[in-house]
Design a protein around this ligand. Structure first.
Ligand SMILES: *Cc1c(COP(=O)(O)O)cnc(C)c1O
Length: 464
């Protein structure tokens, strides 16, 4: 019986016969015989169990190859973030500049001086690779780096206020997202929370009354993801710092998204800088991958004696970061030394400062290509929209932008199902395209699109 005579009625070929087939040679070479054998077994099992029809040997081998290809794809992959949120926590926050990627690659493939002082030829301190830069850019006396800002807050609380009271305004007992709630972190750090003031108003006198012999520190939490408006009052930070100094307790400011530059100078909504916050507190904590635009990490910066205590805490070892983080963070911080070119070299700042007109022009330039690729499967228009900064930075400010808007060809009937299918198809692309669904449309905010050819190539592969 010839191979081509194999029909749906006959029994499937054996694993051995498929493995020996000339069409399987390339896969055996690429993925190895072990993996190919397993894939072929899975294909045959799917036929036996009635999930897939029997087919010619070539087709069965192609199915096995498709399986191998799917399995060899990494789970964590590049996606196109067109959600309109520039620093999207679920999509990996800040994109890194090539300088950071090169710095990481340079120390990853061999040994490095991570904890080795090359001048003295003895053991060194891993934070030394970025500490001087952080101090230079913020005015801090000293700094340590840990896994993220949540870790920075935990470490500071534990190092400076274990078994003591931490004084915080009721208006700042916030949930940052996920499971990071300030009161819970206090408990885990071994501190007792001492709430002062009310949700909308806290005065200097409230703090003055609460600070006593059991106080470990006074903490201020930046309202990253909300805004209290109306009849509000908060204690003046400089006055609060003065009060804390008088009473001999540290004043710590959890900034969340610590930015190092004056945003207003770049035409962006103003946000207090780390330097400014440090002038009004003893210690600040902030994230590396929010407005700063580097990798995930948390930075504690400020008074040298307090930073030394934080560094000595045993939790520092548990929360410390890898050489990759120092390499990438250092490279990004060095870009800040050249502020004239920062806007073009630091991706986060470059994306945040893109002009609405440039984004609209880009959308109009892409419109014919995207519309042609979709044909009669969708109606595509260019519409204005608002981008968000994201990651708890400037929660109520938005940036004017432009988007490609995809709507069902047949109008609102069956719209929900169509949008679901379209969004799923975009997510299934080789480089998944993540947009925003709402108001009967799928929107692709182009503020964060830098590689137009990549988007067009994805639509080429779209199957709906
Ligand atoms: C984002 C944020 C955190 C948590 O920072 P991560 O780097 O995500 O761990 C803590 N506090 C504030 C005020 C924040 O905005």
């Amino acid at each position: 019986m010839s191979r081509t005579a194999l029909s749906a009625e006959t029994r499937p070929p054996s694993v051995e016969r498929l493995l020996a087939h000339e069409a399987a040679a390339a896969s055996a070479e690429a993925y190895g015989r072990t993996a190919l054998t397993e894939a072929i077994r899975a294909v045959l099992a799917a036929i036996r169990e009635g999930h897939e029809p029997l087919a010619e040997s070539e087709e069965l081998i192609a199915r096995a190859e498709a399986r191998l290809e799917r399995e060899s794809r990494p789970s964590l992959r590049r996606v196109l973030n067109l959600t309109g949120t520039v620093l999207h926590t679920n999509l990996g926050r800040a994109p890194l500049p090539p300088e950071a990627v090169e710095a990481v690659a340079a120390v990853m493939t061999g040994a490095s001086n991570l904890e080795y002082d090359l001048v003295r030829g003895e053991r060194g301190e891993r934070d030394s690779h970025v500490e001087a830069l952080i101090c230079r850019l913020t005015g801090a006396e000293a700094a340590v780096v840990v896994n993220n800002n949540a870790a920075a807050v935990l470490l500071v609380l534990n190092a400076l206020a274990m078994r003591r009271e931490v004084v915080v305004s009721r208006g700042e007992l916030v949930e940052i997202g996920g499971s990071f709630r300030v009161p819970d972190v206090m408990v885990r750090a071994g501190c007792r929370l001492r709430e002062v003031g009310t949700t909308n108003r806290t005065h200097l006198a409230d703090y003055a009354e609460a600070i006593g012999p059991r106080t470990g520190l006074v903490m201020k939490v930046h309202p990253s993801n909300y805004e209290v408006t109306g009849f509000t009052a908060e204690a003046d930070a400089a006055a609060l710092k003065h009060l804390c100094a008088e009473r001999g307790v540290p004043f710590v400011n959890d900034l969340g998204s610590g930015n190092l530059i004056d945003f207003a100078a770049y035409g962006l909504p103003p946000e207090p800088t780390v330097g400014r916050a440090l002038a009004e507190s003893d210690l600040v904590t902030f994230s590396g991958d929010k407005l700063l635009g580097a990798v995930q990490c948390g930075i504690v910066a400020g008074r040298a004696d307090l930073v030394a205590k934080v560094r000595k805490n045993p939790l520092k070892r548990a929360l410390r970061v890898d050489k990759m983080t120092y390499a990438a963070l250092g490279a990004v911080l060095r870009l800040y030394l050249h502020p004239e070119r920062l806007k073009e070299r630091l991706p986060t700042l470059r994306l945040l400062t893109r002009e609405e007109t440039a984004i609209r022009t880009q959308a109009e330039r892409l419109l014919p290509g995207i519309a042609a690729r979709l044909g009669d499967r969708a109606r595509v228009t260019v519409e204005p929209c608002s981008s968000q900064i994201g990651s708890g930075a400037l929660p109520v400010e938005t940036l004017p932008s432009a988007s490609l808007v995809l709507r069902p060809p047949s109008g609102p009937k069956g719209e929900g199902a169509w949008l679901k299918l379209l969004a799923a198809s975009l997510r299934a692309l080789p480089v998944p395209v993540i947009g925003r669904v709402g108001d009967g449309a799928l929107r692709l905010d182009l503020r964060t699109l830098e590689d137009e050819a990549e988007l067009l190539a994805q639509f080429e592969a779209l199957a709906i």
